[in-house]
Ligand binder design. Sequence first.
Ligand SMILES: *Cc1c(COP(=O)(O)O)cnc(C)c1O
Length: 413
Amino acid sequence: MTAAEPMDPTPHPAPSGSPSGGMGEPGSDGRFGDFGGRFVPEALVPACLELEEAFRRSWADPAFRSELDALLRNYAGRPSPLTEASNLSERLGVRVLLKRDELNHTGSHKINNVLGQALLTRRMGKRRLVAETGAGQHGVATATAAALFGFDCVVYMGEVDVERQALNVFRMNLLGTEVRPVASGSRTLKDAVNEAMRDWVSSVETTHFCLGSVMGPHPYPWMVRELQRVIGDEAIGQCRALLDGGVPDVVVACVGGGSNAAGIFSGFVDTGARLVGVQPEGGAAIGRGLPGVVHGSASMLLQDEHGQVSEAHSVSAGLDYPGVGPEHAHLSAVGRVEYPSVTDDEVLDAFGLLARTEGIIPALEPAHALAWVVREAGRSIPSGSSVVVNLCGRGDKDVAQVAALLAQRPPSP
Ligand SMILES: *Cc1c(COP(=O)(O)O)cnc(C)c1O
């Protein structure tokens, strides 16, 4: 296997397992039901096994947990509040609670995962990070951790995204990270993942691949969900204090790869709450996709009639991904989580609505979750219901793009 074809799925299967309970550990081969696994080139198998071993040992180690907790608290700013959105609630006729992960250092939930992986990198004795990024939030979070830990860092980013998220490119450079634009394919997130994996194949002795979502080969989907679990653990405790009965009727999150959704769902999967993962209409891997293997695991995937990966299209770079994390494919297959989609227009409306009613400018990604709530309030969400929305990122990075999009919009009648 050459370093030039990290995408070629060489399966390294083991007997299929299934997660224990709602969102437990996957089978030993990293399977969530029919999805997941570890489809990587031979050269990456030892690195995946080393990472799994390091994560398993560290996650069971109270010293690691307290080191990570301290970083999350003192560096990232956790816990994030759960805010009652009274004005929006009045407007919609449902009680909206916002999980404020946009207040984290660097502006999104990505830092939760990255700080955990940075600690693991140090434990594994490596000192270089490579990462992929779409909107740039994961790249910025990784560059931030690299600066903090003194690691070398290279971030791969599609040329299209380099252009539409120029501010985040500059931030990464300021933080001492090299951003390598990717010119292949659709020049977006999918292609950036390919390039980061290529780099990892050829540098695996010294380098950790800091993957930004619940995707990729085992152990990433499981590990990243566990590192994002803090969102759900905090939120359910906050709901106990705020809500009669302690459990919201609905929990909503946007889904790109699915890490912020997996993080918040993991706190509620064993309750009676309705769980909803909102996809962009142009990237609805669950619903419009078919089973397939991409970036090291089996999941649902947008593809053409020849099984080639199709391009996703979304107003938000962070959701512009043709696949979805394997655990989400599983949660959909077993009927525990719904995965509807919303249009770019609905997203722009929700973005503006939250800004005007609550004084909070969301990222375009969580504006998808809000857009679904706006559409369904008083319909599939009965009036008076309580709804927790994971506000996983802030909109500073998106305001210039939104201004341009609104300028192109036909005036409303
Ligand atoms: C990266 C990103 C996403 C998409 O990633 P998930 O793994 O689906 O969470 C969503 N929202 C924000 C703010 C992001 O930065």
